[in-house]
Every structure is written in C-alpha cells, then in structure tokens.
Design a protein around this ligand. Structure first.
Ligand code: FE
Length: 292
C-alpha cells in the first residue's frame, strides 16, 4: 500500500474585497494572492448578518467563457438572466450557471434577519466550449445527497462521487468534485483525490488538522482559510475538540492559456477584445449560430 497522502502546498488567507454594487466578501482565488488554480478561476466567500454588507447585490452583468457555481449557506438571493430564468435560491441550494458564449444576469441578495452567506466558485470552460450555449441549473437543497462515512464525517455531495453516491450536479465540462464536509469532534476524514487533479479545501467553521504523512505529521488550519494541496492520492484530516466544516473541491486541470478580464475568461486577448466589442455592439448574448 503506497497511497501518497497529499501535503499542504500553501494556505491562503481570504482577502476582503468589495464586488458588484458594493458587496463585501472574502476572496481567496482570483485575487492578488492566487489568480488561477487550474481549472478554478475564482473563489469568493460572502457572508454577513448586516444588510449594508450585501443588499446592493450584483445588478445585471455579463459573463463569458466560464461556469459560475453559487452555494448558499444562509439567506436568499434572487436571480434572473437573459435565458429567461428567474427565481430564488436559499440556504443549502446550489445554482450552476454555464455562461458559455454569453449571458447577462443579476444576483440580488434579499435582506433577511439571518443575513446572507455562501460561496461563489468560477470553473473554467475548456477552449472548445468557451462559446457554448449558456445553461442554468437550479439545484434545490433537498436534491443534494448526503453521505456519512465509516469515520463519521457527513458529506453533502454537490458534484462528483462519494462511495457510489452521485452528486446532484452532473454534466459539467470540467467535471469537478464539490463536497461540503462536516467532521464531528475527534473524528477523521480520508478521501481519495486522483493523481494530477488540482485540489483545495476551504475551511469555514472551526479548525482542522491536515495530516501530511503516514507517520501522522499534521498542520492545524483555522477558518477562514483556503488550503491548496500538493499532488498525491488521498487527503486526510482530523478534527479536534470541536466539529469542523469545509468544502473539498478538486478537478483535472485544463492546461490551456488564460486571458481574463473581469467577468470574461477566454484563451486570448483578442477574444477578450471581442467580448467587449460584442457588449458595445449589443451582440454579446449567445445566439444559435446559423450555418449553411
Ligand atoms: Fe455573476
């Protein structure tokens, strides 16, 4: 048995950022510390009990070339887009939006006594799908399967597979695994991550020890923190005297060139220039190509 336990490569302390029309959030990917973790382009943690930190929201804005994944923990966000989708996502729900060739959408947090909280992840699209047809998937909380491991950890399987259970979101280009994991006090968690995949954890409740070798060397990380692993076969963590909760996210890297400008992520500068031109000319929104 020579399964290699993945070691910590680096730990990112989320940086405060103001986005949209004035939403305060914590950014750990896509900012100054780590611009890109192939195939992940951005990771934001929003969360505040105070309406002034979130109510300005994200009025109508464009995206192209990526998929955006919103996972709500608290509160409610109203959503509408140029595909004609409109609705509301609440605690435990996921929205997986494929911007593809061009979409405009609006994400407006509603003022609630419990505040507003959750995560947004941007997953890159491979070059061949950058200009694909946009798609919107709404995944209500009750359709997300939950698995309890032999070690006692509880896993919400948002995307990917855990011991034969398939996640609620399927058919995503980069085929990422996205798990919301809780380890009770004193328990441990072990999970296979294929060699070559990019993997990170985002710790957002409590603290956890990352086990780094067979001898049990470990490193404690407290919330909020994003931990990027080195390559290997398996990740291993142990909770202390309190429970811990984190996201475990991994996928195969795309190894393609990146040209990014705000809400557009393409492969070349020319494609970014085209996106800006399309916006100005009113030809940004994806339309069925008519070919003869
Ligand atoms: Fe957006």
């Amino acid at each position: 048995m020579n399964e290699k336990i993945r070691k910590i490569q680096h730990i990112i302390e989320p940086a405060p950022v103001v986005e949209g029309a004035g939403v305060r959030l914590k950014r750990s990917l896509g900012g100054e510390q780590l611009n890109y973790l192939d195939p992940f382009l951005l990771f934001d943690h929003f969360g505040s009990p105070n309406a002034e930190d979130y109510q300005a929201g994200f009025p109508m804005h464009p995206h192209r070339g990526i998929e955006t994944v919103t996972y709500m923990l608290t509160g409610e966000v109203h959503h509408r887009d140029t595909l004609g989708n409109a609705g509301s996502i609440g605690a435990g729900d996921v929205q997986w939006m494929t911007a593809g060739g061009g979409i405009l959408h609006e994400e407006m947090p509603q003022v609630r006594p419990e505040g507003n909280g959750g995560f947004q992840l941007w997953v890159n699209l491979p070059a061949r799908l950058k200009m694909t047809r946009p798609r919107y998937q709404d995944i209500p909380s009750q359709t997300i399967p939950e698995v309890t491991t032999d070690e006692g950890a509880t896993i919400r399987v948002i995307a990917g597979h855990v011991a034969g259970t398939e996640g609620a979101v399927t058919d995503i280009a980069a085929n990422p695994t996205y798990l919301d994991v809780r380890i009770p006090a004193g328990s441990s968690f072990t999970h296979p991550v294929p060699q070559g995949h990019t993997a990170f954890a985002y710790v957002f409740e409590g603290k956890v020890a990352f086990v780094e070798d067979e001898k049990g060397a470990q490193q404690w990380v407290a919330q909020p923190a994003l931990v990027v692993w080195e390559d290997g076969d398996v990740v291993k963590m142990v909770a202390g005297e309190e429970p811990v909760r984190f996201l475990l996210i991994f996928a195969q890297p795309l190894h393609e060139p990146i040209a990014r400008y705000g809400p557009f992520v393409m492969n070349t500068k020319d494609e970014i220039a085209q996106a800006l031109l399309d916006l100005r000319q009113g030809t940004f929104i994806w339309q069925e190509q008519v070919r003869s």
